[in-house]
Design a protein around this ligand. Structure first.
Ligand SMILES: [Zn+2]
Length: 385
């Protein structure tokens, strides 16, 4: 599969977005375009060592974009805090509910041993063959989405020598001027793990392409920041892993990818739980401020809010975003329920644009117990294989 290393179309997009922003007066449209502008300019800089647009123009866009970002973020914080008890119960139930044997595998040496086999190169044409069969069975839209990305040359490689994005093997940014997505992958599509990343990103493209048709500008602006943005990507990623394992395709590598997904899920769930345990003022302070996990734990140790919680000091040096942890946690919980059929896809699609609210989640059949039941079922089925 051809991954694009030529950024001339990125230059074109940055130019177009810059022009659009010069005259844009709607704040939601401005925010959406400014975030695409910022991300593409930053990626361009990683590639060539300097930004494509710099100086006063870039500074103005960044400043105005950041102001709008803070405004949206403040609103997201308030919505979370209004539903804090609901989230705390959900995170608690699902972090302590699952089987300890599964957790052990996620954190154990078995995974490390298996990881060494992960990067086996796919044979020529094997990537396409695997994807086409999967699209046919579980993701019919995926074929067209990938076709369009390749045709536009929008499947890019990203260059990250200092590993700033080290936790991320890929991501997607939707350019709302173009109404088209750009997908960036760290590796060439030559191993199974890079195929898994690609399918996750295609899930984002599918979700966003649909949301730009049906959402208002305000809903579009907050969607990427909100907690629902990881559901469709996790959904297709999990369906893909199920497909590989059920059909005996690259089973060993697919198993590693499965455990990696769940290791990162439990890591995020632990962090999400911490965020739901701190006081409201501390939560407002932490979100978006580059707090380290260690600092959040020490805040909690000082207060009496979490006396009976045994803190996991793993990854204490990592930075907490305050929003991603919650998004990735709900991403897995909700996508599991979609796969299981305990939430219908239509109901989910009608909920997506709404605020992250306990009553709307409950209205489509979500509860902490049902989420936990699906999670345990998933792990049990997997462990049997
Ligand atoms: Zn994602």
């Amino acid at each position: 599969m051809k991954i694009n290393e030529d950024y001339s179309d990125i230059e074109r997009q940055i130019k177009d977005l810059g022009q659009f922003l010069e005259t844009c007066t709607d704040k939601n449209q401005y925010y959406s375009a400014a975030s695409s502008f910022g991300i593409l300019n930053y990626l361009y800089c990683l590639r060539y060592g300097n930004e494509f647009v710099s100086g006063e123009v870039a500074d103005n866009i960044t400043r105005k974009g950041m102001e709008l970002y803070q405004e949206i973020l403040e609103n997201e914080k308030s919505v979370f805090l209004r539903n804090k008890q609901f989230h705390k119960d959900t995170f608690f139930e699902n972090f302590f509910g699952p089987s300890s044997s599964f957790l052990k595998v996620c954190r154990g040496s078995y995974l490390k041993k298996m990881k060494s086999s992960e990067k086996t190169k796919l044979k020529t044409g094997e990537d396409k063959e695997i994807l086409e069969a999967f699209f046919k069975e579980s993701f019919p839209e995926g074929s067209d989405i990938l076709g369009e990305l390749l045709e536009r040359g929008h499947l890019f490689k990203f260059f990250d020598e200092d590993d700033e994005f080290s936790s991320s093997n890929g991501f997607m940014t939707f350019n709302r001027c173009d109404n088209a997505a750009n997908v960036f992958l760290k590796d060439d599509v030559c191993s199974l793990s890079s195929l898994v990343t690609l399918v996750h990103e295609l899930g984002h493209v599918y979700d966003f392409s649909d949301s730009v048709r049906t959402f208002t500008d305000e809903e579009k602006a907050r969607y990427a920041l909100g907690p629902y943005a990881e559901v469709m990507s996790s959904y297709y990623q999990q369906l893909f892993l199920d497909y590989l394992i059920n059909n005996g395709i690259r089973t060993k590598e697919a198993t590693v990818a499965f455990f990696e997904l769940y290791s990162s899920f439990f890591y995020n769930l632990d962090n999400a739980l911490l965020l739901s345990l701190v006081s409201d003022d501390e939560y407002r302070l932490i979100v978006g401020s580059d707090f380290k996990k260690r600092e959040v734990i020490s805040l909690l140790r000082k207060s009496s809010l979490a006396e009976d919680y045994d803190f996991d000091d793993n990854y204490a040096w990592t930075v907490m975003s305050g929003t991603k942890e919650i998004g990735y946690s709900y991403g897995i919980l909700l996508s599991n329920m979609l796969i299981d059929g305990s939430i219908s896809k239509d109901d989910w699609f009608s909920l997506r644009a709404k605020e992250f609210d306990s009553s709307s989640l409950t209205s489509i059949g979500f509860s902490k117990d049902k989420a936990n039941k699906c999670l345990v079922k998933k792990m049990d089925t997997f462990m049997k294989k």
